[in-house]
Design a binder for this molecule. Structure first.
Ligand SMILES: [Zn+2]
Length: 45
């Protein structure tokens, strides 16, 4: 439950960009790994 998804419900969400992290569990995107419960680095494609 460490994700920022719940906290930031209606706030500006981070866009998934290379170098950021996406939670594989709930889909939240954050700049900091520790904000997510299952962080996975987003890679540029
Ligand atoms: Zn999560």
């Amino acid at each position: 439950m460490g994700c920022l998804q719940g906290k930031n419900k209606n706030k500006n969400k981070n866009k998934p960009k290379a170098g950021r992290f996406r939670c594989t569990k709930c889909g939240a995107v954050a700049k900091k790994k520790k904000h997510l419960c299952k962080p996975k680095t987003i890679r540029k494609d």
